[in-house]
Ligand binder design. Sequence first.
Ligand code: EPZ
Length: 427
Amino acid sequence: MSQKLVLRGNRPLKGTIRAQGAKNAALPVMASALLLNGGTLELSRVPDLHDIQTMSDLLRNLGADVRFSQGQMRILTPEELDWATPPALVRKMRASSLVLGPLLARCHRAVLPLPGGCAIGSRPIDLHLKGLAKMGAEIRLEHGSVHAEAKRLKGARIYLDFPSVGATENLLMAAVLAEGETVIENAAREPEISNLAEALVRMGGQIEGQGTGTIRVRGVETLHGTDIQIIPDRIEASTYILAGVVTGGDVTVTGMEPEHLEALLAKLEEAGTRLSVGKDSVRTLPGGTLSAVSLKTLPYPGFPTDLQPQIMAALCLAKGTSVIQERVFESRFLHVSELKRMGCQIELQGDTAIITGVEHLTGAEVRATDLRAGAALVLAGLAASGYTCIYQMGHILRGYEMMVEKLQCLGGEAETVPCDENEGPKF
Ligand code: EPZ
């Protein structure tokens, strides 16, 4: 069985919701628990999502004991760990590759099926492997899996051709137990990297420069258990802010870090929306305008690629013509054809989308192709007149905790309806 999301749009959302913990911070921090040797990692503000469940199952498969309830997670890592990851789980979620660095550092061995591509691109891990090889790991590809071995990783100076989030996280976790100093140049600067580094430092790791393009790590012999709070999810918070904007509503998102979404707030201000930004909240005020703007997606602190489908849905209702260039992934436009079914006017030219704003959208039957594409369809459905039915809602549940409840709390008419696995839009 599968689920579809049914929305009735064209009504201003009103009310206050609290941001969830960041999925993309919780996943690497969970993986870092593998670095402990008979220790316990306590995490708070962990969102209850399918991806979190998948990572928990993966850690359990490797021998860790994972307990999770009401946002609180406790991971106990035994002295004996398995180092061969189960293919079925790894294929379910690309972020499984984040266990590679910790397993190599802790068990000196790891076997990881090459994570497949997905709807937004080929998603290689060559930068992860190149960096680990620089640290002395023997890496070979056999039967579709990465086999990695290293007696003890050695610190190295690593330059990332691209500030890859996952590669930075894997190398950071590998470096904390390596011998000597590691310098990661052109490192990713996302807030989720700093949250991971905070966890590693609390475990006894020696790290400087997190949040900048150059991270220095001095390896230590062993790490100890600790507790860590996961940062707010800047992408989920931004999605609900955009829900307030596209419905002309009055939505407040609390429990968040506004400085983590500077790029979005600057773009919305440029477009003429009215926002009230507090210390840990953002509120959309009615009466603003939504004029066309142009942007390109870039590594943090640039405009986040994970918000590109959602801002595109909003700009479909802007006055004028907007241009969005996707510079991070090679094919992150699968949401375009679905948005066009609702009346959006979008023309694709290579890595660029040209969006001509329209007066209104109409509800339709559409399909979520990936997590953030699904979020874009939710935003379009909230703004459209009539009913929108979004199939393959499972994609959305990977990253949005209690989305239906949150939309209902804001006065949105939304419900989940069970449907057959292969049921889809009636063309
Ligand atoms: C993380 O993925 C996020 N996932 C993604 O969020 C996010 O879109 C992405 O960072 C960019 O911000 C998690 O944190 C779990 P990358 P990641 O390595 O680490 C290329 C979501 O919706 N690349 O920064 O896989 C890659 O192909 C998800 O929550 C290589 O070429 O992203 C891509 O074009 C989707 N070789 C670009 O770099 C490598 O070895 C950015 O990838 C690694 C990456």
